[in-house]
Design a protein around this ligand. Sequence first.
Ligand code: FEO
Length: 173
Amino acid sequence: MLSESIEKQLNHQVQLEGQSSNVYLAMASWAENAGYEGVASFMYRHSDEERMHMLKLIKFINERGGKACVPALEEPNNQYNDLQDVFQSLLEHEQHVTNEINGLVHMSLNEKDYTTHNFLQWYVSEQLEEEALARTILDKLKIIGNDSGSGLYLFDRDILNISADTANDIAAG
Ligand code: FEO
């Protein structure tokens, strides 16, 4: 059975993952309108993944005898200056999510809720991967520079491979 405080915090995380899904959906739409099809498809997929993170939490809360609540979401930012702005915002958003996950991990240990602690390990690894991926992409964008049309064209074409390769690198340690 979940304690009231952990149930509340897990529900807060449900809201955050749902919000993340919305944030990346807005980024996908911005990228699609700006002509970056590769980035748009990357962000649409990322948005789906965040929804999956939210579902996983909802099911866990209910399985443990708690009550998962489907939250209201805020309107995400729909306007970005350029791709640097998009991926910098993504990194900052993920850093915030990581802090929240770490807070939950800390809480579960304090309360000796080892089942929740174990469940959260998946999120800990996921956050590590997402932050590493965002940093890799930002590094590439810095090399290209924002005014290089052909560089950004190639970046947009290659972003799906960047994400697959980085995930593989991380998995390989
Ligand atoms: Fe589910 Fe990107 O945090």
